[in-house]
Design a binder for this molecule. Structure first.
Ligand code: NDP
Ligand code: 8X3
Length: 251
């Protein structure tokens, strides 16, 4: 029986890269997201390659939906070996005093609470089995705040604290906990942040070669593939011409 990876937000960007990388690396995958059509297409693609795929369509902000999704797992899918908490987003780049409370709620509910819900639902079985790996997708944005980053950066600083906390809490088990902190990755991220303004989104990646979702997936897969006694606790992955979240050399 192949190991199982559950990836949240597998319909785009880093999550999509992780689904493909873990499938290629010999895992069966549970792909989750909110877009049924994209989940269907990815299921079809991965099954063509011989991977068994289970898809779960739900919103990670809704605790009951998370619970129902995890409880719906058939026995042969219920022992998750790797949980990748990836679903997340940024909304806006406004000064805090001009920010939109609704957008703050969405970022906090998705990036922090959704990650916590999934962790709470999946990790008990890992502890029980004395086996498993939680990979949280944090961000360079959690290391240092940049202009307009306020609440988004706070959610990613929270991901660091929550990841570090979990690592302490499962230290007596063989469960491993990793925070992968990407820098500039070209995905749908900026289109979502700027509410579909493609021109503004494209500027984020102008004059610099950004990372791809696949680059981050490689790092997550490396962490999951390390020998059992090796715990990759945290990895900061930047584009080569990037020194921090806000210091970027552009041509
Ligand atoms: P994308 O927008 O390309 O992908 C985000 C994924 O998360 C989508 O599948 C999206 O699904 C899903 N998602 C968002 N909200 C929810 C929700 N409420 N419930 C379920 N799924 C949801 O962005 P990225 O791939 O770049 O982002 C993935 C993660 O990486 C995020 O946590 C982000 O903060 C982090 N990150 C991104 C960086 C970057 O530069 N791109 C850098 C550092 C970290 P849907 O299409 O339905 O919204
Ligand atoms: C996404 C990277 O620097 O745009 O977390 O916030 S950044």
């Amino acid at each position: 029986m192949k190991p199982i990876a559950l990836i949240t937000g597998a319909t785009s960007g880093i999550g999509l890269g992780c689904a493909r990388r873990f499938a290629a690396g010999g895992y069966n995958v549970i792909i989750t997201g909110r877009n049924q059509e994209k989940l269907d297409a990815l299921t079809h693609e991965l099954e063509q390659g011989g991977t068994q795929v289970l898809q779960l369509c739900f919103d990670v902000r809704d605790h009951r939906s998370c619970q129902a999704a995890v409880e719906s797992l058939p026995p042969q899918w219920s022992n998750v070996d790797v949980l990748i908490n990836n679903a997340g987003l940024a909304l806006g780049l406004d000064p805090e005093y001009e920010g939109a409370p609704k957008e703050w709620d969405t970022m906090i509910d998705t990036n922090i609470k959704g990650l916590l819900y999934m962790t709470r639902l999946i990790v008990p079985k890992m502890v029980e089995r004395n086996h498993g790996h939680v990979i949280n997708i944090g961000s360079v944005a959690g290391d240092a705040v940049y202009a307009g980053g306020n609440v988004y950066c706070a959610t990613k600083a929270a991901v660091k604290a929550i990841t570090d906390g979990l690592r302490i809490d499962v230290m007596h088990t063989a469960v491993r906990v990793t925070n992968v902190k990407p820098g500039l990755v070209e995905t749908n991220f900026s289109r979502v942040r700027f509410h579909g303004d493609n021109e503004r989104a494209d500027k984020v990646y102008k004059g610099v070669q950004p990372l791809t979702g696949d680059d981050i997936a490689d790092v997550a897969f490396y962490a999951a593939s390390a020998p059992p006694h090796v715990q990759i606790a945290e990895v900061l992955v930047l584009a080569t011409h990037q020194a921090s979240g806000s210091v970027i050399h552009r041509d």
